[in-house]
Structure formats: C-alpha cells, structure tokens
Design a protein around this ligand. Structure first.
Ligand SMILES: Cc1cc2nc3c(=O)[nH]c(=O)nc-3n(C[C@H](O)[C@H](O)[C@H](O)COP(=O)(O)OP(=O)(O)OC[C@H]3O[C@@H](n4cnc5c(N)ncnc54)[C@H](O)[C@@H]3O)c2cc1C
Length: 455
C-alpha cells in the first residue's frame, strides 16, 4: 500500500488527536478519517499527564470551555460505566495571604451570575460547608466553597500547615484516567470506520488538497487528504511550518513525581491540594550554603513561584501520591526522550512540605521505586489553546493545550470537529482560535489578567 486517500488526516494520536477523530467520526459522522502517528497512541505528552481536571480559571472563556469538556467527560463516564475512573473531590487552593484578590478573580472567572455559587464560610457563621467524603462525580456539589474559618480548615484538612488561613475548595474538579478516556475513544472511532496508521509526517504539499509524505513503520508512503488537522502536541509548530504557517507557540518542560506514601501522610480523601503562595524552599543552612556556591543550583535558594500541588493517587485504597510543580518558565527545544532533572524530586518534596509538613518524613528518603516523569506544556503566551482554521484553507489546528490537555481534550476535539463539519460553534470558538490575535480588546483583557491559570 503506497498511498491512501482520505477525507481528513489527523496528525498525532495523543489525547487531542484521538478526541478530534472521535468527535469527527462518531458525532459529526465524517467518514474517512485517518490518524497518523509514528508512536503508539497516547504515548507522548498524553502519557505524562497528572490527569487532573477543574473548571477554575481566571477568565470566563476558559471556564466555559472546560465546563463543556467536563460535561462531555461525564457523558463518556455515563456511557462506559465510568471506565475513565472520573472522581470529584475538588481542588483545594490554600493560602496564608489576604484572599480578596483571589475571591475577586473567582467571581470574574465564573462570570456574571456566579455570586450564588461562591459560598463564603467565615468564623462564627452558620457552618453549612459540606466536605463530601465520597469520590463520586455525580454526587458532588457544584460551585466553590471559600473557607475562612480556621476551625473548619483544621477539622477538614488537618494535614495542612497551621498558618494556612484560607482554603478555596473548587468543587467541579477531580481526576480521571486519561489513558482510559483515550482507549474508549479509539475503540469507538475504529468502530465508526476511523483508522490509525503508524508513520511520521515528514512534509506536506498543500497545493492539491494535502499530500503528506509519511515515513515510518507502515507501508504507507503518502496520504492524500482534503483536509488536515494538526494535533501534533509539542510538534504542532513543526507541522504548521510544513504548510507555511508560523504558530505562536512554545514548549516548556514540566515534571512530576509519584511514590508510595508508606507512612500514610496523605489522607486518601484529600482533594487535589495546591499551595498558592510563593516560597523559599526549606533547605537547612548548610544545604543553602552548598547550593549557593554552585552557579547551576543557586536559583534553588531564591524565592520560587506558588502553585505546588499534591494529591493521593490510585483511589481510596491505594497508597501512592503525586507531587507536581510547574515552576519552569523557559521555553526549550523538544526532544523525543527528554531528560528529567535529578534535583526535581527533592525540590518538589520540600516545596510541598510547606503546605503538608508531614511530608518532611521523606526528606532525603524518597522511596527508590518513585516514578519521576516529565513532558512539555505546549503554550501560547496567554496560555489559551488554539483550535480552528490554521491558515491554508482546509487546514486546522487543535493544540497549545499546555497543562490542561487531558481535561480539555473532549471540548477541544468536539470544537475542532465542529469547525471541520461546519456545525454550529460555541460562543467561545473565535476566542480560542487564531482569530483572537485580531481582537485587540480581548488581547488587552488577557494581558491585564494577574494569573494565566498555569498549574
Ligand atoms: C508533567 C505534565 C503534567 C500534566 N498534567 C495535566 C493534568 O493534570 N491535567 C490535564 O488536563 N493536563 C495535564 N497535562 C497536559 C496534557 O498532558 C497535555 O496537554 C496533553 O497530553 C496534550 O495532548 P496532545 O495530544 O496535544 O499531545 P501529545 O500527547 O504529545 O500527542 C501528540 C502526538 O503527535 C505525534 N506527532 C508529533 N510529530 C508528528 C509527525 N510529524 N507525524 C505524525 N505524528 C506526530 C506524537 O508522536 C504524539 O503522539 C500535563 C502535562 C505534563 C507534561
């Protein structure tokens, strides 16, 4: 088989490409969809995800977009007897600082009419805060609980440090198995006639529909298609360049660790917990001195950004925990086998111990079986995705999904499929496409935001 002809070629079989092909085949009933990837599906960035989801964002466009994605994930959960293991214990955002600006940001992010769903719990008020002990996504409350009563905080989250004065509990949030979601969609799209072929797109001739040169394991050498979807994750810029388009995206390497919590420090029912405050890492005086002496490590003694996070992993009866901290800010060149930073496990452990002091028990003693992994956040400057027409007529981009691609894959794939099918688009479609760069008012609005929602 030297060449195949198809209607739509999707480049990339990560969660984004798979979700796009799924919504094209299964929902929009587009026939003849081929997904191309040199690697097994879901094996690159999508295999590195922390698999958390939330509808908490500093801007209502992203809130609406992820709310739609959560609706679609719930649909899959219903259809598949919750094969994607969707849970909903929420995100708990902890701070020791005055939370007024954060609360203002919550109102802005959740948009007009959100006042009723943002519930303030202050000391002495009637305590109607409910910390749902179940992980079930279908029973959890919606909205946000802002805990400003130290007694409630100590009672519900006793592992947190005593100096935490506010906890913002985002309720429509939790985790899923991204791999199971991807598998479910792959099976359905194959049942609907979609195909996945092994190969790497090496060049694209956009003059006759699209003629793709494909190199790799399959016999296919050329794919000729009417339309093309660029879902190549960190390689999206490269694929766009093959059609003569420069995308405003960069790649930043981020890491996580997971290990067995052998001392049982983290309660299994703890929500995904984030320490919002900047900090200086808890090194001993001697360690600080040593780190300062080396130019390559001196930065570890300087103030670090907030948003370190921790959660139980593997369900109520599991023993593992996951820690992450997206502190890296410098873009880098993408490698197929990126190297993790050997310092990271101790950095993230020390950072997380500020919120959960019990974790100090693992200082210098992390279990040998720890998993340390990393991947690229493919990002635009404003940390919004790019979904829609890419430039040359018939070409589309679904990418720049940064640290939210697992949670947003369903809405991103569904939206991209709507663009291709000419279906009715949601209100936020233009804002999430390349067209937003022509909207000066929106871009000024985004430049003014204090936070970009990077976690
Ligand atoms: C450490 C870390 C933690 C994260 N945590 C979360 C989280 O908690 N929640 C969340 O929602 N998101 C999270 N993310 C983000 C999420 O993992 C990504 O946004 C998502 O996986 C991106 O999926 P993708 O399909 O766009 O990219 P990928 O999964 O990278 O897929 C792109 C595919 O394109 C293929 N490809 C590349 N070049 C070519 C070519 N020339 N021809 C053919 N195919 C090609 C690649 O082989 C690859 O399989 C995290 C990311 C990282 C790195």
């Amino acid at each position: 088989m030297g060449r195949i002809d198809c209607d739509v070629a999707v480049v990339g079989a990560g969660i984004t490409g798979i979700a796009t092909a799924y919504y094209l085949c299964v929902v929009q009933k587009v026939r003849d969809v081929v997904v191309i990837d040199p690697n097994p599906p879901m094996s690159f960035t999508s295999a590195q995800s922390g698999e958390n989801y939330r509808n908490w964002w500093p801007h209502p466009v992203m809130t609406a977009f992820t709310d739609d994605s959560i609706d679609l994930m719930e649909q899959v959960a219903r259809e598949s007897d919750n094969r994607l293991n969707m849970t909903r214990r929420g995100y708990a955002l902890a701070t020791r600082e005055n939370p007024d600006a954060l609360i203002e940001e919550l109102h802005r992010g959740y948009g007009a009419g959100s006042a009723g769903s943002i519930r303030l719990h202050t000391a002495g008020a009637v305590d109607d805060y409910r910390f749902d002990p179940s992980a079930g996504w279908d029973a959890a409350p919606d909205g946000v609980d802002v805990l400003r009563d130290p007694d409630i905080i100590r009672r519900t989250l006793p592992v947190y440090a005593d100096d935490v004065s506010t906890v913002i509990h985002i309720r429509r949030a939790g985790d899923i198995s991204g791999q199971q979601l991807g598998q479910f969609m792959l099976e359905r799209l194959r049942e609907s006639g979609g195909r996945v072929i092994a190969g790497s797109v090496a060049s694209i001739d956009p003059s006759v529909g699209f003629l793709l040169d494909v190199t790799g394991r399959d016999e296919v050498r050329h794919v000729r298609c009417e339309r093309i979807v660029n879902a190549a994750g960190p390689f999206a810029g490269e694929i766009a360049r093959m059609t003569g388009v420069a995308l405003p995206v960069t790649n930043v390497f981020q890491q996580k660790i997971a290990f067995e919590d052998r001392d049982g420090v983290i309660p299994r029912r703890m929500p995904f917990s984030i320490d919002l405050d900047a900090q200086v890492i808890d090194w001993s005086d001697e360690e600080t001195e040593l780190l300062r002496q080396e130019s390559g490590t001196a930065w570890l003694t300087e103030p670090m950004p907030g948003a370190i996070h921790c959660r139980p992993d593997g369900g109520d009866h599991g023993r593992w925990i996951k820690l992450g901290w997206a502190y890296e800010q410098n873009p880098t060149a993408v490698q197929w086998e990126p190297q993790v930073d050997g310092h990271f496990p101790e950095i993230v452990l020390r950072g997380a111990s500020r919120l959960i002091p019990g974790l100090k028990t693992y200082y210098g003693a992390l279990p040998r079986q720890m998993t340390h992994y990393g991947g690229y956040y493919t990002m635009t400057e404003e940390n919004w995705p790019l979904i829609g027409p890419m430039g040359v007529e018939g070409s589309y981009i679904v990418g720049a999904l940064s640290g939210f691609g697992t949670m947003a894959a369903c809405a991103a794939g569904s939206l991209c499929a709507k663009w291709l099918a000419g279906a009715e688009l949601p209100d936020y479609a233009a804002a999430l496409s390349l067209a937003r760069y022509d909207d000066a008012a929106l871009m000024a609005d985004l430049a003014d935001l204090q936070s970009k929602g990077v976690l």
